[in-house]
Ligand binder design. Structure first.
Ligand code: FAD
Length: 282
């Protein structure tokens, strides 16, 4: 049993695109209740999903008894649109938001248009100005550096700005090398950060999908993992079994080193997250 008292677990879902996917999401969330998550979060805008999709999924998950938190990205939205979304979430009784910059689809330049906020720190400031302390604000952290940053220390300083602007906690981009996380946390603490920095955990279930995600977000897949997965080819059962072993071991290491909790990127699929959970809690 690696889990100790006080360590909290959260789950991330994305808005389903159709009714069949909606039914799968409900089934997935239901089966992950065994983890007793302190909250669940719902992505926004990622992969072309809409604001309404996030909102509806938050409602579905709230109706299932979860404390559900929408992700909110500022790129491409005006200040007024963001304020309206904050008001709407507040009226719905939402108390937690994952505040992000977001990414524009490729070919749309680096800014979200006139009036759009350029960085997540601007969104955290806007949330605090507009909604005071109503929302518990989570922000993103990058142990292996955000891919657009000009250097790890500069990226860390931008992270610290989000904390100083009023973030309550952070969730990391996924990683497979625990040392990168511990180094990031040490350096953040040296700059005065005391908020929880919760590791984001990506189950490994599909080699090509993992390569695609990692290329986009700058998460390193260690050579030995890449080679093992490549050798397994289309043998999905072996990839899943190996992936569960590798990620469960990473979680064990993190939990034994007293991380504040774990945030699972479920990808709306319960099997791998459940298998990892059984391994670390059983
Ligand atoms: P920021 O904190 O703004 O950082 C982005 C870049 O700008 C970094 O390189 C940083 O160093 C730099 N920077 C920050 N502040 C400044 C400044 N003041 N001056 C100069 N440079 C600065 N994407 C989605 O579209 N939808 C989602 O739901 C979603 N959920 C996510 C959840 C988690 C836990 C994580 C880790 C990522 C998520 N993403 C999501 C991806 C995220 O939107 C991208 O990684 C995006 O490129 C950066 O978002 P950010 O909030 O970290 O941005």
């Amino acid at each position: 049993m690696s889990v100790s008292t006080g360590q909290q677990f959260s789950l991330e879902f994305f808005p389903p695109r159709d009714e069949a996917a909606q039914a799968r999401l409900v089934e997935c969330a239901q089966s992950l209740k065994v983890i007793d998550p302190s909250y669940v979060s719902v992505t926004f805008g990622a992969g072309g999903t809409t604001r309404d999709g996030t909102l509806e999924t938050v409602q579905t998950l709230t109706g299932m008894g979860f404390d559900a938190a929408p992700h909110l990205s500022c790129i491409g939205s005006s200040r007024d649109q963001l304020r309206a979304m904050l008001d709407h979430y507040r009226e719905m009784g939402v108390r937690r938001i994952v505040a992000l910059r977001g990414d524009l689809p490729s070919g749309m330049g680096s800014m979200g248009g006139q009036g759009s906020l350029a960085h997540a720190v601007d969104l955290v400031r806007l949330i605090r100005e507009h909604s005071g302390d109503w929302f518990h604000v989570e922000v993103a952290a990058y142990p292996e550096m955000h891919p657009q940053a000009s250097g790890p220390q500069k990226d860390l300083r931008h992270f610290v700005e989000k904390v100083n602007a009023g973030a309550n906690a952070a969730i990391t981009q996924y990683f497979f090398n625990a040392d990168a996380y511990f180094d990031f946390v040490d350096r953040a603490q040296m700059l005065g950060v005391t908020i929880p920095i919760v590791p984001g955990i990506m189950p490994i279930t599909n080699y090509s999908q993992l390569i695609r995600f990692s290329d986009m977000c700058g998460a390193e897949i260690p050579r030995w993992i890449r080679l093992r997965l490549a050798e397994m080819g289309d043998d999905r059962a072996s990839i899943r079994a190996f992936g569960i072993d590798v990620v469960a071991e990473l979680c064990q290491t993190l939990l034994e080193n007293q991380v504040p909790g774990l945030h699972f990127y479920t990808l709306n699929n319960s099997a791998a997250t459940l298998a990892i959970w059984k391994s670390i809690s059983g």
